[in-house]
Design a protein around this ligand. Sequence first.
Ligand code: AFP
Length: 302
Amino acid sequence: MKSLSQHLGEQGASGELQKLFALLAESVKDIAQIIETGRMTGYSGTENVFGEQQLKLDVATNDLLVERLRNCPLVSVLASEELDNEIQCHADGAYSLAFDPLDGSSLVDVNFSVGSIFGIYPGKGFMGRTPGEMVAAGIAIYGPKTTFLVSVGKGTHEYAFHDNDFFLTQENMKIAEEGSYFAPGNLRACAKSPQYKKLVDFWLEKQYTLRYSGGMVPDVGHILKKGKGIFVYPGYSDAPEGKLRLLFECGPMAFLVEQAGGNASDGRVRILEKKIQLVTQRTPIFIGSKLEVERAVGHFDV
Ligand code: AFP
């Protein structure tokens, strides 16, 4: 069994990047334990920069990651979905990290799978850059198993946690051109978006299989693991940019999916080509099998 660090080394990941992923893997292990103990329930009484009520879990997982990463000399700048501003760490740090410490945290109380999302940029900061400049990305899925889907630009690979470490369980995950699983985010928008309604009708007429949990990490993880399907969270009249964040959610997901041969678009351009202008920037997203993304985007005359 190959460990995460062994396999990263085989892919030519630098010693620094291996060290960073060792820190992230340690943090994922600790976050899985925090979730499992079930100690952190309820609201923290604070809001994040998006005006969303923070759960105690959001704050605890964010604090754990910030504490661990800001003390790492490899880290130049940190940005978290749970923080109002970036954190300047080490001027000569090799990487800048953007992360969503616990995406889908509102699902923990019903025991659904949730996840952490990491995007790793070379050098300093994010503004004016594109997610395509990332050198690596990863999503941790806290479900019946704790898995870590990672890419350092040489394909996307799955590692599972056991015996106190992460071991390779699937190398070079591949997403087929088409596949009939659909994950329709914000389905209520169909009431105001005839285009979205038409797209959902298309999937139903073609008898696609619904796979939507309300957690983007397991929902996109499903597409990577099954090797086909599509996840969408479109914009519409009330929210033209949708809900999901470019820096913290859509960028890293697009990196992993494209590394597995899939596509990720905002309906006009590749997610990886979008310029990051704000830490809080949102974007519509159509992500998964290439042909499925094309078909879905074709229903939105943007
Ligand atoms: P939370 O992190 O607030 O639970 O939101 C999860 C999420 O950001 C993403 O994981 C889901 O795909 C999306 O929101 C679900 O949004 P809706 O609740 O509007 O369906």
